[in-house]
Design a binder for this molecule. Structure first.
Ligand SMILES: Cc1cc2nc3c(=O)[nH]c(=O)nc-3n(C[C@H](O)[C@H](O)[C@H](O)COP(=O)(O)OP(=O)(O)OC[C@H]3O[C@@H](n4cnc5c(N)ncnc54)[C@H](O)[C@@H]3O)c2cc1C
Length: 397
């Protein structure tokens, strides 16, 4: 077994780890980048449906959830979406805006992995991969990182091991274990940007709607989003639900408006005057056919589904309006780490310097990216946090 000396060891060669290693290496620091996976950048590869939604033009601190919502400001201000876009352009990578400021590669997320790999090469970063870290201990004024390829003595350690979602591609709670080892507080981790599920008996009437999708307004806790909803066999998914899942807490209800563009009760009452159409057909003006039909099969409305609108009492129309525009339901849980895009929670930001991401109690130990308690909305914000936090740290180590 060899024992080597370096300036910086970065644990985790994902989005944040590669960015941090490259920035530090290009400043002339000797950097060793360690990852236990055998394939580089798997989460980047599968991101954005294979096209990596690598940033969002509208990035601002309010798109991030954290116990301290101000913590992310400094890093985000010092490394903006425009900075990462300039890097993307310098590699000739084509990209496009898809929806609300979300930027995707025209071709493949592999291009972002290659960009980061080459940036590391420019910084003469040394790779240890696949390589497991067995232990990290303090020694003299630095650390010894014991790996299955020998020990590394280093002045600084950067933990960039990401969150716990998708364990089958190498995600782990390693960063949280290191934080606990050094006595740092953790904000309880839980799956976020994740589909929500319902008890079988609650969901039974909606199982047949699997595949139906429509724009909705959804709220729960402090979250409120206008996005697309998707019915699945086990519950609800789609951007609306992924977004709200980051705000939802067990036991809380979701409130859904399935026709957010109008006041349904008022419109139905107005249409009633010349309402020769069946109620079911009228609802199909605003809802997908399967959903309109399925909704009216529920006991409260089934007697009226085939009646002409003019025959339906105002009271029934009012109740129907409320049911579609204030649908309240309590999820039993989520699809968990297997399907979550990110981890909410992580290393408590009270423990870290917002300028350098260094642990205040443990000089020389830094945490960047998703392992920190900063969780972005869906839409490229999580990568922007990875780039920005890693850049801030890479300039400091
Ligand atoms: C399906 C999916 C799609 C996504 N799409 C997007 C998107 O389009 N846009 C967006 O902004 N965000 C997206 N995300 C979220 C985004 O991928 C993450 O927020 C981002 O990758 C976090 O970067 P990171 O470097 O902190 O962690 P990661 O990129 O997860 O990297 C962590 C690295 O640490 C390594 N590691 C873990 N444990 C150890 C250990 N014990 N020892 C050594 N190495 C270890 C892992 O192998 C991994 O390489 C998506 C996530 C998923 C799951």
């Amino acid at each position: 077994m060899t024992s080597v000396l370096t300036d910086v060891v970065v644990v985790g060669a994902g989005a944040a780890g590669m960015m941090c290693a490259a920035v530090a290496g290009q400043r002339g620091r000797r950097v060793i980048l360690v990852d236990h996976a055998s394939k580089l950048g798997e989460k980047i590869r599968i991101s954005g449906g294979g096209r990596c939604n690598f940033t969002n033009l509208n990035t601002a601190p309010e798109h991030f959830i954290s116990r301290n919502p101000h913590f992310c400001r400094s890093a985000l201000a010092r490394y903006s979406p425009q900075d990462f876009i300039a890097l993307v352009k310098s590699y000739g990578i084509g990209y496009h805006e898809k929806h609300r400021g979300q930027l995707f590669c025209d071709q493949s997320s592999e291009q972002i992995i290659e960009l980061l790999r080459r940036e590391c090469e420019r910084g003469a970063v040394q790779w240890r991969m696949p390589c497991s870290v067995k232990a990290i201990r303090r020694e003299n004024s630095g650390f010894v990182v014991a790996t299955d390829q020998g020990e590394i003595s280093t002045g600084r350690v950067v933990i960039a091991s990401g969150g716990m979602s998708i364990p089958k591609i190498g995600a782990s709670d390693y960063g949280l274990r290191v934080a606990r080892q050094f006595g740092l507080k953790i904000v309880e981790p839980r799956p976020a940007l994740v589909p929500l599920t319902f008890a079988a008996e609650v969901w039974q009437p909606f199982v047949a709607l699997a595949g139906v999708s429509l724009p909705v307004r959804v709220s729960s806790g402090d979250g409120d989003f206008l996005e697309d909803l998707l019915f699945t066999h086990r519950g609800l998914s789609g951007p609306a639900i992924l977004q709200i899942s980051s705000y939802w807490h067990a036991g809380q209800a979701l409130c859904l408006d399935l026709i957010p563009t109008l006041e349904l009760e008022a419109v139905l009452c107005q249409l009633k005057a010349h309402g020769r159409q069946q109620l079911g057909r009228v609802l199909q003006s605003w809802l997908p056919r399967r959903l309109a039909e399925g909704w009216l099969q529920q006991a409260a409305w089934s007697d009226w589904a085939e009646c002409r609108l003019a025959e339906v009492p105002d009271q029934v129309l009012a109740g129907l309006g409320k049911s579609l525009q204030g649908w309240k339901l309590v999820p039993s849980g989520s699809e968990g780490w297997r399907k979550a895009e990110v981890m909410r929670g992580g290393v408590d930001t009270v423990e870290l310097s917002q300028a350098t991401l260094e642990a205040k109690k443990v000089p020389g130990l830094h945490f960047v990216g998703e392992v920190v308690d900063v969780t972005g909305w869906l839409g490229g914000y999580n990568f922007q946090w990875a780039w920005a936090s890693a850049h801030a740290c890479g300039q400091a180590v």
